[in-house]
Design a binder for this molecule. Structure first.
Ligand code: PEP
Ligand code: MN
Length: 263
């Protein structure tokens, strides 16, 4: 079902602020984690002003260490919903456990499946049965075929609104957190009709590399970008080193707008 042979024309996912998979480059931005209401609402209003289409923020965080900040849970979802009310922007957040899916669906417009859950087949089947669009992140070491087959689990349950997210894979390189697989963007566009979003924040792990790699992803044909932003990255409860300052995001968006007219 994910293949171009099955469906030659691109899947377009209609949202109140954008059409994912159309000509437009869709921007998903926000903090890695929802930390508190003040920060989230202030940042959300600034992002809306910049032309961001979708707000992100994790309420359930899949952290490497059990002692790291795990997210605010349902309180985080409530804050995210308030940010939607304040801005009119749709929101996306990750579901890490099938037991929380109903709860997350009550608050979120788009359901994110994180890298660590790309092959959680029980969870994939369950999100295949909900009536919300799903963003499926590529697994840390997943091949393109495994990733597309994971999408197939969702599609085969009847949910056709799936977008894929290239967020970098594990390589021998340790200077960067992950290696954003630029190849995967045109490869997936060739193989599948599903929209492809690039996440250069997790793809690089370094703030200074996010903008150039974002530009490369758009040049390679990405339908959108997911970008982590924080007003005080040094105080962020997760992923501060890869979070852009709001002003840096604003500059990147201006660059992307002029990229189209570069020649
Ligand atoms: C995230 O988007 O904050 C996240 C945890 O991403 P990933 O699943 O790609 O690591
Ligand atoms: Mn993150």
């Amino acid at each position: 079902l994910a293949g171009r042979k099955h469906q030659p024309q691109n899947t377009v996912i209609e949202l109140p602020t954008c059409r994912v998979g159309s000509e437009q480059v869709v921007i998903i931005a926000g903090p890695c984690a929802v930390e508190n209401e003040d920060l989230m609402i202030t940042l959300a209003l600034a992002l809306k002003e910049m032309g961001v289409h979708i707000l992100r923020g994790g309420a359930f965080k899949p952290r490497t260490s059990p002692y790291s900040f795990q997210g605010l849970g349902e309180e985080g979802l409530r804050i995210l919903a308030r940010a939607r009310e304040a801005t009119g922007l749709p929101v996306i957040t990750e579901v890490t456990d099938v037991r929380c899916l109903e709860l997350v669906c009550r608050y979120s417009d788009i359901i994110q499946i994180g890298s660590r859950n790309m092959q959680n087949f029980v969870l994939l089947r369950e999100v295949g049965r909900v009536s919300k669009p799903v963003l499926l992140k590529r697994g840390l070491s997943a091949t393109i075929e495994e990733w597309l087959l994971a999408a197939e689990y969702i599609l085969s349950e009847g949910n056709s609104r799936v977008m894929l997210c290239e967020r970098g894979i594990r390589t021998f390189e340790t200077y960067t957190r992950n290696t954003l697989d630029i190849n995967a963007i045109p490869a997936v566009k060739e193989l599948s009709h599903l929209p492809v979003i690039a996440d250069p924040s997790h793809g690089t792990g370094r703030r200074s590399l996010v903008a150039p790699v974002a530009r490369a992803a758009v040049a390679a044909g990405a339908d959108g970008l997911m970008l982590e932003v924080h007003p005080r990255p040094e105080e962020a409860l997760s992923d501060g080193p890869q979070s852009l300052l709001p002003a840096q995001l604003e500059r990147l968006l201006a660059e992307l707008r002029s990229l189209a007219g570069a020649l």
